[in-house]
Design a protein around this ligand. Structure first.
Ligand code: NAP
Length: 329
């Protein structure tokens, strides 16, 4: 059977199964990549304020000529805006040049307190030399990436995440976004948030691939009607997972590329997938999803427990998630 082209959110809305990622998509390239993708079969763009390129993503959307209502746009509440969700959202809407989002997710479960910004640069945009933030690995300092006097990331662990979620529910009820969700939430954190949510998150966007299948998280989210979205499906920068022999073998057997196997893996297990590319032929090929046999899925689902378990994105500020055990399940 052909894999789904769309999944259903718990709001009833349809979400395209494959979306174009935009993290580390360079200024000068991302505009063209977004426009090209939308003109070549994509209808789903995954953006974020912290990527520092939402303005260009918005220009790409406009250039494409595709009507706004035919595009599913996701963006993310950045950590510094957790106490003022409406303000963070407005910055994103302004940058993208749209008056609503199809999906707005909290980027992490960490609040970065601006009070720690003693080394803040005067630049109010993202301050890295490439013009985009290395979200997970950098220790740079800027208004969006505040640090404490000792140079550590200014994470306020006392901040109540249920207050952030309450404000997410507010922007949803105000009609500014058609769905709200989470990113980078593990089961212990979800259990905590569940005590106070009045709207169940529509998605949880997390790192997912055969080295990090997160089976227990998938089961928990399935039980609660939360759709998983896979980020870094190719292993992030440079697509390192493509060189895994087991993946190459499945690719050869099916007459497709390793990237197609890694992307199709998610759609075959009922998960949205967000491959990033600014290379035109890859943008096109990454949108092709093939059916994978039960046997192939078993191999892919089993790689992590057979010693390949690996998380690629581990931020210096830490996730606070008790990673050691749960992610291998
Ligand atoms: N919520 C979060 O916290 C979070 C975190 C990370 C990522 N994300 C989202 O998920 C998206 C995807 O994750 P990612 O950007 O980390 O990495 P990814 O999609 O796993 O990999 C991107 C890398 O693979 C290369 N690539 C793409 N297609 C390829 C192909 N067919 N053959 C060979 N190489 C290929 C890209 O190069 P070229 O561009 O040069 O083609 C780029 O270097 C992000 O862009 C972002 O939208 C969200």
């Amino acid at each position: 059977m052909a894999p789904s082209t769309h999944f259903k959110l718990n709001t009833g809305a349809r979400i395209p199964a494959v979306g174009l990622g935009t993290w580390r998509s360079q200024p000068g390239q991302v505009r063209q990549a977004v426009s090209f993708a939308l003109k070549n079969g994509y209808s789903h763009i995954d953006a974020a304020l912290i990527y520092g390129n939402e303005h260009e993503v918005g220009q790409g959307i406009k250039d494409s000529g595709v009507p706004r209502e035919n595009i599913f746009i996701t963006s993310k509440l950045w950590n510094t805006h957790q106490p003022n969700v409406a303000e963070g959202l407005q910055k994103t809407l302004d940058a993208l040049g749209t008056d609503y989002l199809d999906l707005y997710v909290t980027q992490t479960s960490s609040f970065f307190s601006p009070l720690g910004q003693t080394q803040q640069s005067t630049n109010t945009t993202i301050s890295s030399s490439t013009g985009q933030s290395d979200l997970f690995l950098s220790n740079e300092s800027s208004a969006l990436l505040p640090v404490n006097p000792d140079g550590t990331r200014s994470v306020d662990r006392s901040w109540d995440q249920s207050e952030t979620w309450r404000q997410m529910e507010e922007v949803y009820k105000a009609g500014k976004v058609n769905a709200i969700g989470l990113a980078n939430w593990s089961i212990p954190y979800l259990e905590e948030l569940k005590k106070n949510w009045t709207i169940v998150p529509a998605v949880n966007q997390v790192e997912l691939h055969p080295f990090l299948p997160q089976h227990a998280l998938k089961e928990w989210c399935d039980e609660h009607g939360i759709l998983l979205e896979a980020y870094s499906p190719l292993g992030s920068e440079g697509a390192p997972l493509m060189s895994e022999p087991a993946i190459q073998e499945i690719a050869q057997k099916n007459g497709v590329s390793p990237a197609t196997v890694l992307i199709s893996y998610h759609v075959n297990r009922g998960v949205v997938v967000l491959p990033k590319s600014t290379t035109e032929n890859r943008i096109v090929s990454n949108s092709h999803v093939v059916p994978l046999s039960r046997g192939d899925m078993d191999v892919l689902n089993g790689l992590a427990v057979q010693g390949k378990a690996k998380r690629i994105n581990t931020p210096l500020f830490g996730w606070d998630l008790g990673f050691d055990d749960w992610y291998k399940q």
